[in-house]
Design a protein around this ligand. Structure first.
Ligand code: FES
Length: 617
């Protein structure tokens, strides 16, 4: 942090928040709010006179509330710049007549109660997001008594209590009597790997090794202490981790395979009683401890949604930011020119975060050094002649690549080619056909439908498969030699969001007995949230089919990932089953009603246009 702060080519803006991001790769405009510090950092010498005289004491967040800080304070010892800031929410000096003591004693005159937030505009080529994570609050695990028993603490609180720079200067003690505890227990996976509706289902990745490290610290500093770890599995998967785990065991730490059900405190001795079903011995055990540490998991940042919106990112089902591709682009965000590093992408330890940060910096510098970037040719184009300025395209675009049109001034939407990723959701939603996709043009896709259904259409299983997941799922089924009907015919689109309703109607009008639209699972769509539009569109089409008297189950929607070859084959076999039930009369009826519906729609559109022309005259 110090090195970064001192680096001549790095401008560090601490105590600041990004308020807005616009633009695209190579041309991002970022607005940063530099919050008022009320202390001039260039003048402050950190003499601490202000803090010494400040009459306000509030719990110190950095020390997990074990000690207090003043209203004028340095957030933590390594803070950059190393100068005081004034916490105006707690300061009495909001009205200097009420206090103003810190300003009086400051020899450098660097305290200014009228300081204001400042908005700074930056022009940047690339952005690396490394906003970190939050820790899980174990309050909902009431059986562990975190809110009821003083001597039940979290692993973060443990860190502060054993740290030389902590509230006790590194003298470890239990909170209730400030005595050195003789029997300490750790409960693993608090808030992680949970399937009971509390906490999170994922593994937090770092807690096992953090506990192993904590037990070694205890053994090192206080050799006589009895330490027990209650766990499900110890996940010591990194380099040197197994050795550390073994060392901890050799030092006498007892690892007990079983998670305690409930913690009860003896009100007199303040000792904690735990009943554990030891799954190794198969016996019910009772343990008495002086102190209990809950090894809490990690969670996505609580303000993750605003970061996601600012940078047009997408999240996985667990709330962490999704990378562009887990193997090929693990530090690229789906938005071009944005890279990700650290725990915002998923729980990880320091080493992994640093590795990822290095990779993100390298990826960013490749782009910056090149000075220009190549974009995929599969982008959309707007036909201004066709556009009726409805603006649906800019609403649909997951990348904010289309600047909204203005109906009043008849200003057409503007497409930022560099920001467009080519999902095709805009083209599929545009009712005016005013958006043309390069390489996946309507005519090309329609021609494929016609070609598939040219001969014996009633036998074919017509499938639209997204490039990234379902199409690859089909490949997987093929390379795994899985059996599925030979009548399956796939049409590849970049995203399921590209599948326009007119493709589906076109297929039915050409005698398709069944149509499948398949794409990535909801949180896996490679175009942020384009898949949501697939779902909405399909709901609309099902409704219409139902109204027209066409069996909605002849149109299927399936989420199939690249690894789900089995599922792909199964869905194809099921479709084959449905095809057997579709009679020639049903297909004929479908073709007829859809043709009539199309004719009616055309009539209505013509009438509308006529009326419009009359009004214009
Ligand atoms: Fe597969 Fe969007 S990329 S559904």
């Amino acid at each position: 942090m110090m090195d970064v702060g001192r680096h001549p080519r790095i401008e560090m803006m601490t105590y600041s928040e990004v308020e807005a991001v616009s633009g695209f790769v190579g041309n991002f405009h970022v607005t940063v709010r530099k919050k008022a510090r009320y202390v001039d950092p260039s003048q402050c010498t950190s003499c601490a006179e202000c803090a010494n005289i400040c009459p306000v004491a509030v719990p110190d967040e950095y020390q997990q509330g074990f000690s207090s800080r003043k209203a004028i304070y340095i957030p933590y010892p390594q803070a950059v710049p190393s100068s005081y800031i004034l916490d105006m929410d707690n300061c009495l000096g909001n009205n200097p007549i009420a206090c103003g003591k810190c300003a009086d004693v400051c020899e450098k005159d660097c305290i200014d109660y009228d300081d204001q937030d400042e908005l700074v505009s930056l022009e940047v080529g690339v952005i690396i997001a490394a906003t970190g994570m939050d820790v899980y609050d174990p309050t909902e695990y009431d059986e562990y008594g975190y809110t009821r028993f003083e001597n039940v603490i979290t692993s973060m609180e443990f860190e502060r209590l054993i740290c030389a720079g902590g509230p006790t200067d590194g003298h470890f003690m239990r909170p209730s009597d400030r005595q050195l505890p003789q029997r300490i227990g750790f409960i693993q996976c608090v808030g992680s790997r949970s399937r009971d509706g509390r906490g999170n289902p994922y593994c937090s990745n770092i807690c096992c090794m953090n506990t192993v490290k904590d037990t070694l610290l205890l053994c090192d500093h206080y050799p006589g202490i009895e330490t027990k770890v209650f766990y499900m599995d110890i996940r010591a998967f990194g380099k040197g981790f197994e050795d550390l785990y073994m060392r901890s065991k050799e030092e006498g730490v007892k690892y007990i395979r079983g998670i305690p059900g409930e913690v009860v405190e003896d009100p007199e001795t303040r000792s904690l009683h735990l009943i554990v079903d030891n799954t190794t011995t198969g016996k019910l055990e009772e343990h008495e401890l002086d102190m209990l540490v809950l090894s809490q998991g990690v969670i996505p940042r609580q303000d993750g949604d605003s970061i996601k919106k600012l940078l047009t990112l997408s999240t996985t089902s667990d709330g962490f930011i999704m990378e562009s591709h887990p193997k090929l682009k693990p530090v690229d965000a789906p938005t071009k020119g944005v890279y990700i590093a650290g725990c915002l992408e998923g729980p990880k330890d320091v080493k992994e975060s640093v590795t990822q940060a290095g990779a993100a910096a390298a990826r960013a510098s490749i782009l910056l050094n090149a000075g220009k970037t190549k974009i995929e040719a599969i982008t959309s184009q707007i036909d201004n002649e066709q556009c009726n300025f409805c603006g649906i395209c800019s609403t649909v675009c997951p990348y904010n690549a289309i600047l909204a049109p203005d109906r009043k001034t008849k200003k057409a939407p503007v497409l930022i080619q560099a920001a467009c990723a080519g999902c095709g959701a805009c083209a599929a939603e545009c009712a005016q056909d005013a958006i043309v996709m390069r390489h996946f043009r309507d005519e090309q896709l329609m021609a494929q439908i016609e070609a598939i259904l040219a001969v014996e259409p009633h036998k074919h299983l017509l499938t639209f498969a997204c490039n990234w997941c379902s199409y690859a799922g089909g490949d997987n089924a093929g390379t795994s030699r899985l059996q599925y009907p030979t009548t399956s015919r796939l049409i590849r689109t970049m995203c399921s969001g590209r599948v326009d309703q007119k493709f589906i109607y076109h297929a039915f009008k050409h005698g398709a007995p069944i149509v499948l639209v398949s794409g990535c699972h909801f949180s896996d769509c490679h175009y942020i949230d384009a898949v949501h539009w697939t779902q909405k569109r399909m709901d609309r089409i099902w409704n219409k089919l139902d109204k027209l008297g066409i069996r909605p189950d002849r149109l299927r929607l399936e989420w199939i990932s690249a690894a789900e070859g089995q599922k792909f084959a199964k869905v194809m076999r099921e479709m084959e089953g449905i095809v057997q039930q579709v009679t020639p009369e049903e297909i004929e009826f479908t073709m007829k009603v859809l043709a009539e519906d199309e004719a009616n729609s055309k009539k209505k559109a013509a009438k509308k246009a006529e009326k419009k022309a009359e009004v214009a005259i």
